[in-house]
Write a protein that binds this ligand. Structure first.
Ligand SMILES: *[C@@H]1O[C@H](CO)[C@@H](O)[C@H](O)[C@H]1NC(C)=O
Ligand SMILES: *[C@@H]1O[C@H](CO)[C@@H](O)[C@H](O)[C@H]1NC(C)=O
Ligand SMILES: *[C@@H]1O[C@H](CO)[C@@H](O)[C@H](O)[C@H]1NC(C)=O
Ligand SMILES: *[C@@H]1O[C@H](CO)[C@@H](O)[C@H](O)[C@H]1NC(C)=O
Length: 536
């Protein structure tokens, strides 16, 4: 059912687009044609069914430059519905392309859908992954890099090479079996190991020339565990976090929580031999670990000695590292206003939203919730229901702004927010594990994090000068994290746990950023090729 209203609005918007000449034709187009299939993979040495993109696991890297248009035609050859989502791409005015349940109809088996996305005013390192069912446990992920435009200075010399390193915890169990466990309301067992670019221990190898400096873009594409990343005998210089150039600090090891991305520079300034790249799980009783190889071109010796040990499991080490990550205010940013001149600390907060996560049982089944609501999908993607004014799919306000004392209940949780509001969101974690929260459609300022209970007095310790702007933030056990978000992107945006089983069992909701003015300036009309499903 498509309302006449929706249709005519779409027409007017298209006509206006045409008349005003705002079509983004001046920015380059990059075309991708992807076949999604099952195929054998062996990340931990055991054969399992993986999700391949054009026969590859992990999938191909997306190379792009700020403002490029990415036209990605995804052909689903799996026997079930499929969607890819683009972790960190802001999809400005264009939430229809976001590729999550609430915004985009699944691509049916044997069908295709072409995503049309512009990486407007963005730079940095991100990744894509399958968002439906429990496909993420089978692969289907890959790196995304957005380079600065040629005339924009980058705050470090051009590296001799640029490597994508996708790390993550991994199960030997088939993703369909994992999904069935969750569908039965049970928790998943602990993962079996760690994959690095789809390979097991000492499988991935990165070759460097002596004396040269390389950029490593490291993304945690795993399902739940925070990971620590380090290189035997080498220091790393942190330069970028999810689209922000950081103050360049030298690190021996780096914590990367699930769903996060970082760029570091590494100089091959040691003796010509091979070195371990070590990755291990954080804050877990049982420690998962794996290694890859940093290989000097003129290496005289294979890896030797023990892999470098990880840091102390003490939360404060990780918290201090997180707080030390700040924006380099003098470095160029990708925004229309240089990032440095964006004084987020002087803008008045118009609303504070406090979000507490919980775990609990509903009808004897494991669920996860935010402010008492455990998300369940409805029969129609929320964005389409909104666009076509289909009643009874969701209710704005079905999740509160504050933690509630009530028991967990199930609902298709949507929170309303005004376009151009400047909101503070406080993530309150009363559980004893690290959380990782992600907001689609946005980059937000991580203004504070600490152990204990948040109170308005906690604002006194906020960083209002050079907090890092990113799209995924961790919240330490029994701790809080506060972010500032300028709501400058109209749409239906998923706010979710990156801990995938939690997300699957309800730890997510949608933020509907709304303006009553229907204008192409604020939001693009539904794409012409949009798939329809449910009641849309
Ligand atoms: C499917 O792919 C064809 C080209 O192979 C393209 O013309 C068509 O627009 C695609 N369908 C969608 C829904 O994007
Ligand atoms: C910040 O960026 C500037 C400009 O590119 C650069 O010269 C400087 O070294 C950077 N400072 C730090 C501390 O990273
Ligand atoms: C890595 O894990 C293996 C077993 O999976 C264990 O034997 C080894 O001691 C661990 N190494 C480190 C550095 O934790
Ligand atoms: C923020 O609020 C204060 C006090 O209410 C007011 O004086 C100030 O002008 C406001 N600033 C902006 C940028 O609106």
């Amino acid at each position: 059912m498509r309302s006449e209203k929706g249709r005519s609005w779409c027409w007017i918007a298209l006509a206006l687009l045409y008349m005003e000449g705002v079509v983004v034709a001046e920015d380059p187009y990059r075309y991708f044609d992807w076949r999604i299939t099952y195929g054998d993979i062996h990340p931990l040495g055991v054969r399992q069914q993986g999700i391949l993109i054009n026969g590859q696991f992990p999938g191909p890297d997306i190379y792009s430059v700020t403002n490029d248009n990415l036209i990605i035609n995804v052909h689903n050859h799996l026997p079930h519905p499929f969607l890819l989502t683009w972790n960190g791409l802001q999809q400005r005015k264009n939430s229809f392309q976001d590729g999550v349940y609430g915004t985009t109809c699944p691509i049916p088996p044997g069908k295709n859908f072409t995503y049309t996305m512009q990486v407007k005013d963005q730079i940095g390192s991100f990744f894509y992954f399958p968002s439906l069912q429990f496909h993420k446990a089978a692969g289907g992920f890959g790196g995304i890099r957005i380079l600065s435009r040629p005339k924009i200075p980058v705050p470090f010399p051009e590296p001799a090479g640029d490597f994508t390193i996708l790390i993550g915890d991994w199960y030997k169990t088939d993703h369909k079996v994992l999904k069935t466990i969750l569908d039965h309301g049970k928790k998943l067992p602990f993962p079996d190991g760690i994959q690095i670019n789809g390979l097991g221990r000492d499988g991935a190898k990165f070759t460097v020339e002596p004396g040269k400096t390389y950029r490593l873009r490291i993304c945690n594409v795993g399902l739940q565990n925070s990971l620590n990343f380090r290189i035997q005998g080498h220091k790393m210089k942190l330069v970028e976090v999810e689209g922000t150039h950081t103050i360049q600090t030298t690190l021996s090891s780096l914590d990367i929580h699930v769903g996060q991305s970082y760029s570091v520079l590494v100089t091959a300034d040691q003796r010509a031999q091979d070195y371990y790249i070590a990755v291990s799980s954080r804050f877990t009783t049982q420690i998962l670990n794996s290694t890859a190889i940093l290989h000097y071109r003129n290496s005289k010796k294979t890896v030797s000695g023990p892999p470098p040990p990880g840091p102390t499991a003490d939360i404060s080490w990780s918290l201090n590292q997180a707080r030390s990550i700040r924006t380099n205010l003098t470095a160029s940013g990708p925004r229309p206003n240089p990032q440095g001149s964006y004084h987020y600390g002087q803008i008045n907060v118009t609303r504070t939203i406090r979000l507490a996560n919980h775990a609990g049982l509903v009808d004897k089944k494991q669920r996860y919730a935010v402010n008492g609501v455990s998300f369940i999908p409805a029969d129609t993607p929320l964005k389409l229901a909104d666009y076509y004014n289909i009643d009874g799919v969701f209710k704005v306000g079905s999740i509160q702004d504050k933690p509630t004392g009530r028991n967990i209940h199930l609902d298709t949780a949507v929170m309303g927010a005004d376009y151009r509001a400047f909101v503070e969101i406080v993530f309150e974690n009363r559980e004893n594990i690290v959380q990782s929260w992600h907001l689609d459609g946005y980059s937000f300022f991580v203004v504070g994090m600490d152990v204990g209970i948040w109170s308005p007095a906690s604002k006194n310790q906020y960083n209002l000068i050079d907090a890092v702007s990113r799209c995924t933030t961790q919240v330490y056990p029994r701790s809080w994290t506060a972010i500032y978000v300028p709501l400058d992107n109209v749409g239906m945006w998923n706010l979710r746990s990156q801990f995938w089983a939690r997300q699957y069992l309800g730890h997510q909701f949608y933020l509907r950023v709304y303006t009553p003015v229907k204008s192409y300036r604020d939001e693009y009309p539904i794409p012409k090729n949009a798939l329809h499903c449910g009641r849309a």
